[in-house]
Design a protein around this ligand. Structure first.
Ligand code: APR
Ligand code: PHB
Length: 389
């Protein structure tokens, strides 16, 4: 088989790139290790920057999102005995959109299948060959048979545990990582959200987040120990702990219910440089990871796809390599700013095991300055709604 762009990974990054390129008549094949149902079974975040929304519109897959999403003009932040709102619309003129990543992925699969997009599921042993040559190809096995795809370019959209990043030699690759000493225990419940906006809370017991997917589907998180497992937490224990970490006026009206999903995610900051090696481009989680505090995971994948999509179109339509030659530079410039924001908000809103009384005073001073200073809130808001591509 031959294609123009071989895409490894059928998550949001790979599917969005495939759909965008298809619209421009550029042929792709998506190789996905799992089944479609498995991919759609993953519960991930739900905050979209307007840049992502624009990309979905450009890809022609925004109809359901436009009908079902919720525009959020701000967020609530509470810290100990203080609580305040940050008004994105007032400070930036922009907003974010609440629409689950699962729904984004579902819409992309529906569009790809409606256009007979080539997606191969259950691929094993995906291997990238000759990425540093002018004749790269990818091999993989399905149902015991080996297959080969010759291509012009390879997009590594296979997430943090994929093969693409590992294909770049360690003599070329530089990795930057920070691990956090806690995780997030997340619960999805078919209950009405406790508040119309998200609530980021930090109490002396740790971080909590109140979010949602729709008017009867809520998403909650509490900071937990890395030694915890979901089975250690009954629903009742989760709800009790959540109520102890959010302001009483919300805790009193919190509607609890059975968890329909319960999971723990570790928090990590990670970036690999460069995001290109020869004819291999890394996108999304394959190249970088952020702690979820800043809601940047999907949104950093979006800007990678924006840069790579436009660079590939520039190449195929104008024989101009400028966009793909500058892909890594452009993507990383925005990625590091998102990494900073995610790291900063994680430090601001979590309790760390080693904090002493001085550290706690510094954290509270940061919060008070954010509460009282419009310019500080403007910086927060600009980062949260998304810095320019
Ligand atoms: N071969 C083929 N497919 C693979 C391989 C492989 N060797 N390894 C991983 N994959 C697939 C995974 O099964 C997954 O469906 O690649 C896909 C990668 O998808 P994501 O991990 O969702 O990464 P990405 O598409 O970049 O989306 C980033 O997802 O993890 C969240 O918080 C993250 O919101 C962000 C978004
Ligand atoms: C979510 O709704 O899952 C969510 C929202 C905001 C975050 C992280 C996760 O910062």
């Amino acid at each position: 088989m031959r294609t123009q762009v071989a895409i490894i990974g059928g998550g949001p990054s790979g599917l969005l790139l495939s759909q965008l390129l298809h619209q421009k008549g550029i042929d792709t094949v998506v190789l996905e290790r799992k089944t479609k149902d498995y991919v759609l079974g993953r519960i991930r975040a739900g905050i979209l920057e307007t840049g992502f929304v624009d990309l979905m519109r450009e890809a022609g897959v925004s109809d359901r999102m436009d009908k079902e999403c919720f525009v959020h003009d701000g967020t609530v932040i509470s810290f100990g005995d203080t609580e305040f709102s940050i008004n994105f619309k007032d400070l930036t003129g922009s907003h974010v959109v609440v629409y689950g990543q699962t729904e984004v992925t579902r819409d992309l699969y529906d569009a790809r299948e409606a256009m007979d997009g080539k997606i191969v599921f259950n691929t094993d042993n995906v291997t990238i060959h000759g990425a540093d040559t002018d004749t790269p190809f990818v091999t993989y096995t399905t149902d015991g048979a080996e297959h080969r795809i010759d291509c012009d370019y390879i997009a590594g959209c296979d997430g943090f545990h994929g093969v693409s990043r590992q294909t770049i030699p360690l003599t070329v690759r530089r990795e930057y990582e920070k691990l956090y000493p806690f995780g997030w225990l997340g619960v999805l419940s078919e209950t009405p959200p406790v508040h119309e906006e998200l609530i980021y809370a930090c109490s002396d017991r740790g971080f909590a987040l109140c979010s949602m997917r729709n008017e009867n589907l809520s998403r909650y998180y509490i900071q937990c120990s890395l030694s915890d497992s979901p089975e250690d937490w009954t629903d009742a224990a989760f709800w009790t702990e959540l109520k102890r970490r959010i302001p009483a006026k919300y805790a009193e009206k919190l509607v609890t219910g059975p968890s329909i999903e319960k999971s723990i995610a570790p928090l990590r900051s990670f970036v690999t440089e460069p995001m290109r090696w020869g004819r291999l481009f890394l996108c999304g989680d394959a190249a970088h990871i952020v702690p979820p505090t800043g809601a940047k995971g999907l949104n950093t994948a979006a800007s990678d796809i924006h840069y790579l999509y436009n660079g590939l179109v520039q190449f195929y339509e104008e024989a101009d390599r400028e966009g793909i030659d500058r892909y890594s530079e452009k993507a990383l410039a925005r990625i590091w700013k998102a990494e900073r924001f995610s790291w900063s908000t994680t430090n601001l809103l979590h309790r760390f095991p080693y904090q002493n009384e001085f550290d706690l005073k510094m954290q509270r001073a940061d919060i008070d300055f954010l509460r009282d200073n419009r310019e500080a809130q403007s910086v927060f808001a600009q980062n949260y709604v998304g810095l320019p591509y």
